[in-house]
Design a protein around this ligand. Structure first.
Ligand SMILES: Nc1ncnc2c1ncn2[C@@H]1O[C@H](COP(=O)(O)OP(=O)(O)OP(=O)(O)O)[C@@H](O)[C@H]1O
Ligand SMILES: [Mg+2]
Length: 227
């Protein structure tokens, strides 16, 4: 694989029963690069994020991260990567309902063996950064959809990952709050040199990316990926 790529997908295919969600997707992302993936509802954006982040596994094709094959590693290895080098913000609820927001954010650090006090302090700083410091002690069920999204984003970034996947990060926010969260996310990513794969249906959001890839029927038509 090309030494410049942080992430590479080769002919990634995934079907749910008779529905082909991904149809031989090729994609390449450089270190620190920000790519927006757009496309109609149901075209395969979330499925692609699942396969690229190692949450899901493609039916065929390959996913490479930082020079190593990702998709054929055991779940334990992929899960460890998601606690360290790959941050993921999913489209639908993924906070632990029993835990207060601050502990949800601190979780990747705590699971990695960090000291509790330091992890919770870092979590508080990240919540502040996304404008939700005041919800630190509340559980996800006590938060609005937009607050939950910001907490999840703080959790995705607390490990300073090399790569962040964000599926509709502003989907539950009005345009003013969405813009603020997006700016905070992009500033954090730039500070940390984190590459971002951003899924959105919003052209204003896509404008924050270095590159936009438009998905249709599980592929990026017309896109030429050099061999
Ligand atoms: N768990 C599943 N079981 C069965 N079919 C699924 C499942 N997840 C997705 N699909 C199907 O796969 C296709 C792609 O779904 P996906 O969620 O990736 O789309 P999307 O582009 O993220 O859509 P949206 O913009 O609405 O979030 C759709 O046809 C969908 O119905
Ligand atoms: Mg989706």
């Amino acid at each position: 694989m090309n030494g410049m790529s942080l992430l590479e997908a080769r002919r990634v295919t995934k079907a749910y029963g008779r529905t082909t969600a991904l149809d031989a997707v090729d994609l390449r992302l450089g270190a620190g690069e920000v790519v927006a993936i757009t496309g109609a509802s149901g075209c395969g954006k979330s499925t692609l994020l699942m396969c690229l982040s190692g949450i899901g596994v493609p039916d065929s094709g390959e996913v490479w991260f930082a020079g190593a094959r990702l998709d054929d590693r055991p779940e334990s290895v992929r899960a460890r990567l998601r606690r360290t080098e790959i941050g993921v913000l999913l489209q639908h609820g993924q906070l632990v309902p029993e835990l207060p927001a601050a502990e949800n954010v601190a979780l990747p650090l705590l699971l990695g063996g960090a000291r509790r006090a330091g992890a919770l302090r870092a979590a508080g700083e990240w919540l502040d950064r996304f404008g939700v410091g005041e919800v630190a002690a509340l559980r996800p069920g006590e938060l609005s959809g937009g607050q939950q999204q910001r907490v999840a984003l703080a959790r995705a970034l607390i490990t300073s990952p090399r790569l962040l996947f964000a599926d509709e990060p502003t989907g539950s926010l009005d345009s003013v709050a969405g813009e603020a969260v997006l700016r905070a996310m992009m500033t954090a990513a730039r500070d940390l040199s984190t590459a971002v794969v951003l899924v959105t249906h919003d052209a204003t959001v896509a404008a924050y990316a270095d590159r936009e890839l438009h998905m249709r029927d599980g592929a990026f038509p017309g896109q030429v990926v050099p061999a």
